[in-house]
Design a protein around this ligand. Structure first.
Ligand code: SF4
Length: 369
């Protein structure tokens, strides 16, 4: 893409801009592989500002890979609670256990070994190895791909067969071998702050003189919009049982998730974390359906001892799913005995991992009628 004297000038411009304008982020003040790894996992699907407090809290509680490996999984999930995409936390801990067993507690510096760890794909491995170990691996994610496509005015679907490989080759060719960690971060920073999906700020761009899309007036048109998966509407009903002391019951799904869980399985929708008894609504009478389901599956056929009062609807979105939860509150004199449930104060569910969906249902149950 860039040849002769252009490449060093391009690299120099971008690195100089990065040195001057990069955002001050906690994981940029360290080269500790564990810290870099944690930040990269947290930043998948999560905005920087949302990830920062989690990153800091997580490292405070699990300062080393060994500490993370040894912790109860529930504690790891509790600290991840609210960040979403909980398989990231589960894989992070599994990888920590492998690193403790096979690599003396230090994130491996070889690509093959990094890629063999749970939750580590090509992008994450390249990011960690380049930033923590200065290894020459170029990162390619959505942000970097967009920058590269615009630089070379590459049109079409960037994820199409062959195109992604072509972009990876371009990323490899451009990589500054003297500073691969800074280089990768500079490319990502450019994509995240100036060369954004909508309205790229070409006037501020340190490499605009090399940009074909800008020259051709195509910056706003590249990359082509992807056809979005259509939204799936899901309706759930959840039961918040409350006793006179303000205590409630949360249920946990089976420890080992069935491999065959469908995408829209209720356990998947509550992120396989602690949750209120919840069903997928099938009929026009969700209260009756919920009561029947609780009596059948949780109370072994016993009658549920209370009335179900409808609460304000809760809306939640997870990727292509638009979820509406119809929460019901039931006041009971005494919480029924239900296996696989535990008692918690409704006002404070922070002692166990819960999803944002469950948090919203709790909030609805606490809101004044
Ligand atoms: Fe992106 Fe504009 Fe810079 Fe080109 S000139 S890389 S489109 S910000």
């Amino acid at each position: 893409m860039l040849t002769g004297a252009s490449l060093p000038r391009f690299q120099k411009n971008l690195l100089k801009w990065f040195a001057q304008f990069q955002r001050d982020l906690p994981w940029r003040r360290t080269r500790v592989p564990y810290h870099i790894w944690l930040s990269e996992i947290m930043l998948q699907q999560t905005r920087v500002t949302a990830a920062i407090p989690y990153y800091e809290k997580f490292l405070e509680r699990f300062p080393t890979v060994d500490a993370l490996a040894e912790a109860p999984q529930e504690e790891v999930l509790r600290l991840w609670s609210g960040l979403g995409y909980y398989s990231r936390a589960r894989n992070l801990q599994k990888a920590a256990q492998e690193i403790t067993d096979k690599h003396d507690g230090v994130f491996p510096d070889q690509l093959e070994e990094a890629l063999a760890l749970p939750g580590i794909g090509a992008y994450t491995a390249a990011a960690i190895l380049s930033i923590a170990y200065q290894k020459n691996h170029a990162v390619l994610d959505g942000n970097v791909a967009r920058v590269l496509a615009r630089l070379s005015a590459l049109r079409g679907d960037l994820r199409a067969n062959g195109t992604w490989q072509k972009l990876q080759k371009t990323a490899d060719d451009l990589l500054d071998q003297k500073a691969p960690g800074d280089w990768n971060q500079a490319m990502m920073e450019l994509g995240a702050t100036l060369c954004t999906p909508r309205s790229p700020q070409c006037l501020l761009c340190p490499v605009s003189e090399f940009c074909e899309a800008r020259k051709k007036g195509l910056a706003d048109l590249i990359p082509a919009k992807r056809v979005k998966r259509s939204t799936v509407e899901i309706i759930l009903a959840a039961l918040v049982i409350v006793d006179p002391h303000g205590r409630t019951l949360l249920q946990t799904p089976p420890k080992a998730a069935k491999k065959s869980l469908a995408d829209d399985d209720v356990h998947t929708l509550v992120s396989r974390l602690w949750h209120f008894p919840t069903i997928a609504v099938q009929t026009g009478d969700p209260a009756a359906e919920l009561k029947k389901s609780v009596e059948k599956s949780l109370l072994d056929g016993r009658k549920f001892p209370g009335e179900l009062l409808p609460l304000k609807k809760v809306r939640h979105a997870v990727t292509y799913r638009s979820i509406t939860v119809l929460p019901f509150r039931a006041e009971v004199a005494k919480l029924p005995r239900i296996s696989a449930t535990k008692v918690f104060p409704l006002t404070d569910l922070s002692s166990v991992p819960i999803s944002n969906l469950t948090r919203k249902v709790a909030r609805a149950a606490l809101a004044p009628a």
